[in-house]
Ligand binder design. Structure first.
Ligand SMILES: C[S@@+](CC[C@H](N)C(=O)[O-])C[C@H]1O[C@@H](n2cnc3c(N)ncnc32)[C@H](O)[C@@H]1O
Length: 453
């Protein structure tokens, strides 16, 4: 989740009662731990949590959202009056029927939880404030746990894991909290997390390479490879920090890895997870809240526009024009994304082709208008000219790099027949591939149906 890294300058309606002046980051001082523990044992249902030992992270386990909600309030999280955690599907139905949202009533099994407001909110108003000592930080975790040089060297070797050190230490920190069971100050948060993930790291190699279109398959595979590397690097963490059984527990580590990557945001080069703020879902069309920070590292979610009662509160996770990135990282297909992929993928593109604008993320078809991105036309024409007339290919290349629009357009007009039929052929090939994949899926499913007869 890419957040705005804005220092807070606006005035908020909250009182300055929070935070305690000594609090910083995710390291808990003894007084903070006490405050967390007090909060943990003082809300209803806490005793049942303490009786149970570890968070059950199996796919069928239910999420205790209500306990997390109470825990957050007890720990100093402040919210606007109508702020509610809701089930996304119900929220959407209610919005369509223009009804008031109802609060989340009981714990949930596999639900997509989001945030909504039951009251009007004005632009600029803070809807949420999370004190800094509740925020889990990768950098703070590295300081607390101590750097693991061999793990860092290993991660530095893999391009998909470079620059992901804060996420690695965030994962170690969450595993450490998991090991503490109900003694962890974050236990209610851990117990409220989703158990099932459908993002790249939870896919198999077969899924990434055979079932997904090239770009999204490639991105999903990067997530998967990063998990494999994190798992290897984890083995070098001191056993005083993580036990051998925690480090060797692949399903547990995979769950925590998915938690980190679907819920962390970046702040000043750090990877952080802000409990409660991690409940905002993504909105492509007019996201209405953004994350901000004050000078003490307290986190705020602020309305970016007037929001009527009954609306979902949504943040923006990243570039909405290209749904593949969100799918690979977060595991959902953003139906409101304005564009979808043209599946043109060129391995080892030349520097000229790159300068012509070739970039898998720019190979787009726009859903509403049916338009094809300019980069698709330019790349196709450049390739066709390479086959039929290399001199003209250079004319196109020079026109493109010098901004000579007229010459470029004239070449596009001259070769329109060829570029459009290449595009149609590409689409036909892709549709045939999809049919083949559906058939493959059917071949796999059919025998299992017959088994039940
Ligand atoms: C930061 S969490 C948001 C809270 C989450 N919905 C929950 O139930 O805990 C990110 C995850 O929420 C889900 N999500 C977020 N935005 C979504 C959207 N627009 N459509 C479908 N799922 C979404 C995805 O599963 C994603 O990995």
């Amino acid at each position: 989740m890419e957040s705005e890294r804005i220092r807070l300058t606006t005035n908020f309606s909250y009182s300055a009662a929070w935070p305690p002046s000594e609090s910083k980051g995710c390291l808990l001082s003894s007084s903070q731990s006490k405050r967390f523990s007090t909060a943990l044992s003082s809300f209803p249902g806490a005793s049942s949590l303490i009786d149970s030992s570890f968070v059950d992270y199996s796919e069928g386990a239910s999420r205790d959202i209500a306990a997390m909600d109470e825990w957050a309030a007890a720990c100093g999280v402040q919210r606007s009056d109508g702020f509610q955690l809701v089930r996304e599907e119900e929220q959407q139905q209610q919005q369509q029927q223009q009804q008031q949202v109802s609060p989340l009533e009981q714990s949930t099994l596999e639900m997509n939880i989001g945030v909504a407001t039951s009251t009007d909110i004005s632009a600029g108003q803070a809807v949420l404030m999370v004190p800094n000592n509740m925020i889990l930080s990768g950098t703070q975790a590295r300081q607390e746990i101590g750097a693991v040089p061999v793990a860092e060297e290993l991660l530095a070797k893999l391009y998909t894991a470079q620059d992901h050190l804060p996420q690695f230490y965030l994962m170690v920190q969450i595993l450490k909290q998991y090991q503490m069971g109900p003694q962890s100050p974050w236990f209610p948060w851990l117990n409220s997390l989703p158990r099932y993930f459908s993002n790249g790291s939870s896919m198999t190699h077969f899924c990434c390479s055979e079932c997904l279109p090239p770009l999204v398959g490639n991105l999903a595979n990067q997530e998967r490879l990063r998990f494999i590397q994190f798992f290897k690097a984890l083995q070098f963490v001191d056993r005083n920090i993580l036990t051998e059984s925690t480090k060797g527990n692949r399903p547990l580590v995979k769950w925590v890895f998915a938690v980190v990557y679907t819920r962390c945001t970046t702040f000043q080069g750090d990877a952080v997870i802000v409990p409660m703020a991690d409940m905002f879902n993504h909105g492509s069309i007019q996201p209405n809240v953004e994350i901000q920070w004050d000078g003490d590292g307290n986190c705020y979610a602020v309305a970016t526009q007037d929001i009527p009662a009954g609306s979902s509160l949504r943040a923006c996770y990243g570039d909405p024009t290209n749904p593949s990135y969100l799918f690979a990282r977060y595991g959902f297909l953003d139906e409101s994304s304005p564009a979808t992929f043209c599946k043109i993928m060129i391995s080892n593109p030349s520097s000229e082709l790159l300068e012509m604008g070739y970039d898998p993320s720019r190979m787009l078809f726009y859903k509403d208008t049916g338009d094809v991105s300019q980069e698709v036309w330019d790349v196709l024409l450049y390739q066709i000219l390479g086959d039929v007339d290399p001199t003209q290919q250079q004319v196109l290349y020079r026109a493109h790099t010098s901004g000579d629009y007229n010459t470029k357009q004239a070449l596009h007009n001259q070769y329109y027949q060829q570029t459009s039929s290449a595009l149609l052929q590409h689409i036909d090939t892709f549709v045939n591939q999809l049919n083949a994949l559906s058939k493959k899926q059917w071949d796999v499913i059919q025998p299992s149906i017959l088994d039940f007869r």
